[in-house]
Design a protein around this ligand. Sequence first.
Ligand code: SF4
Length: 977
Amino acid sequence: MGVRARCREGRVINLEGNPEHPGSNGSISARVAAQTQGLYNPDRLAKPLRRTDGGQLAEIEWPEAMETLRIWFRERLDAGRAGAIAWLTGEIADSDAAVIEAFAQALGTRPPVNLRLQPEGNLAAAARDLFGYSGVPEYRIDQATFLVSFGADFLETWGDPVAQIGAFTKMHAHREGVVGRAIYVGPRQSSTAASCDRWVKLAPGKEAAALRVLIEGIGAGEAAHALSTVPLAAAQQVLGDELSRTLLALGQEVAAAEAPLVIANGSGPDGAQARALALLATHLAGGTGRTIIFPQVPRPPRGARHGEVKSLLDDVQSGAVEMLLVHSANPAFLMPGGRAALEAAGTVVHFGTQHDETAHLADLVLPIHHFLETWGYHQCSASALGLIQPAMRPVPRQLPDDQPYPQHLAGSGTAKLDAGLMRFDSRPFPDTVFLLDAILDTGVFGPSAELPHGLKSAEDHFVARVMAFAAEHPEVMEGLAPAAFLREAKRRGVLIAPVPSQPVTLRSDASLPAQNPVESGSITALLFPHPFLVDGRDADKPWLQEIPETSTAAVWDTWAEIHPATAEGLGVGLGDSITLARDGAEITVPVLPLEQVMQGVIAVPIGNGHERMGRYAAGVGANPMPLAHVAQSGDNLVLHGFTVETRAQAGTGELVRTTFMQTQLGRPLAQATDLAHAGERTDYPGVHFDTGQPGSNLRSMYERHEATVHEQFMWGMTVDLDACVGCGACVAACYAENNVPFVGKELIRKGREMSWLRIEKYVEDTGEVRHLPNLCQHCHNAPCEPVCPVHAAYHTYEGLNGQVYNRCVGTRYCSNNCTYKVRRFNWFDYHHVPEPLNLLFNPDVTVRERGVMEKCTFCTQRIRKGREDARRAVLDQGDEAYQAARPEDGAITPACAQACPAKVFHFGNMADPTHEVNAIRQGPRSYHLLGDLGTRPSVTYLKKVVREGEIAVHTHAAPHDESVVEPATEGSTHAHE
Ligand code: SF4
């Protein structure tokens, strides 16, 4: 995932993108930011557990756990029943997968099966059947000039969203000087669809048919033979005349594009066929070798066909598999029928960090280290090997006050751990397998093993892989000696050896996957991965529950999105619930009427509905996965395009959302311009742009600070609305950096969420969507400052809107007066989190108490550090140089800006002309939020650039009041400075 950990006092406090990683490019997602809440989760598995004769799971010590495992393995191996032992893995690192693979192969157990919600197997199979390529082709979204996505939410959950947001920005954002287009074809306007230029509505389950017609528009050419199994007429009949015409025309646009790319989700009844058709469409339009490449060193696909997973679970249920070893997968939650299989299973061993539904059904539970505590590696792409290193010793238990923490952490290496100091008595996963190998005396990892000689720990395994990579690609050594190279590799956290693309041609016998029957009915379901919780494995991280879902602003729940007309037909509305039933499974969820979903479709997010997995996940929402089924061909789980029965439940469904409105009410908040006018200033009527410089046009009764006190520093930020895709990474990063508390569903219902930064989503009448990151604007004429009776809100000499916590008496006048509603009040002592979540607090930032107002500080702690670093650099040059020292442009980056994969934010010193923020904020697209009110914000927005269709213009701005007399120099709000 390309992250690095920031540590203080021996503990991880924050995750940041690794700028040297080609995928993350220094950015993260909300999910990545929240992984520390898994590390310090109070309900993390703390001890090995074994099922007792009474049927309960009871804590045991590691020696007993390993002896139990040894006996269970020996029983089967000695009886020649190695084939009755099976592995099922989830989203694990390649290093763990390699250990399992080697162990399973040597012992003759079944080959491991990898369970993922969106497996790559279908794409790899398509590459093989169409081009004879064995491996996973790679998309080059950044190279595309015309991108069409058939239901693939590539900015949220499909593929690698962090890398793909960065790539999408490159091909689409106006500031990059490109005019790439993106079209989304699907049943729901997801955040990805909202960030594209056009949303073509397509009912669930019709992707393959739609792609077939699209290819006709491109020109079937050399693929005519392969396409004979997918008749055009049948596809057109499925779609109807109007949609067929639209897709034919879209196909012609794809064919005419310089660098086209077509991608498909692959979770429908014809998921495998849709992915293959998308690959074929890209090839026929000329994208091969440019927008999709076939690396010469292929990477094997991750994620088995779901039919394979189902057949494994069937064997578990029937007893053909006697012992199932599960590593970080949760089939009891994710696979329809998974729970029944595990309940009937002979023996289940669970390796993981979470006490989830599968762990709860296991006979033996073995806690493993969190990825931030262990060694490993992961092939992120054909050319990049990500290196996983322990960022801290395993999470320590609470020590008495007279035993300071660092003193007890002498020694190094996970092998030397003193379990008495560890809060969670876990082991690195590879170490457990190596130990099992030793006590079974199987010698898999001994001298004769396939893996390098003498592996004894995860660290050895790591070192062996790094050195093997260097042997395969000597150029990465850069002339360094092995020890120095290893040090450098650890520092970088990633090894990169570009792999050239290999040319491919369409096979003469190219074939497409078979078609599955598609259900039709008046109501079809669409199960989609929640953008933060995805397949449910992150539901135990409270930030991810609390940050508003990107499309609906819903929190801590599962819901049913239904078009208002459909909802009316079903007799439900806001405040009601609906029961969805299929094949004996049913869920009941609150109804959310939304225009952004097609009529006849009920869309439900996947991720919540856990019965287990700790206090933050258990009992939240409902799990829709039992409604899904495996496609008849066994290729994939069918997550949409199937029928469900519905029952209305009047008045029983309250959904908590942080906002109920997606309209600007005619106010020019999130402004836009069109492509033709993006290079020229086009202010809205009545809205004046204030450059913030002396002599600027707005008149005020207040003195201008910059002329008096902000000579050296005046911090400012720009926010490019054209690049923002509403992913929420900035929000999560802000929570992590600034100790922003989570408060839970009940308090959010009362409007007491604490987020310092929120992403406002506005849907125009034209259907166009605008995302507006909203935070404290650090106004130079801040309405919050003069109303504070105790001067807790004040203006700093660096142009920041400061807040002195220990002066604040909680009148909340400032919040009442804030134009932007970005101030948050601590109604309770939220910092009393259960241990060890408290280890997550950033020591550079005050932990606020009950009764105190707080808000965005522009990460003032980072500003202070940047300023001090600049001064430290000139310490030997005398007092004058020290006083004049200023951080260079880019030396200070607030957490939101650092996290954002789209690089929406730009931060700098407005008093230093060398800082780029000055040029950006003077650009033609810039404006101030509600700037006509004269607040003179330090945040400057850049208008979104609308590429297609009519642009909605808002004119309901208050006229600028020319009668205000300027300046009033006495009695100003800043007299106390
Ligand atoms: S500003 Fe925030 S929501 Fe928008 S793209 Fe960046 S991280 Fe995502």
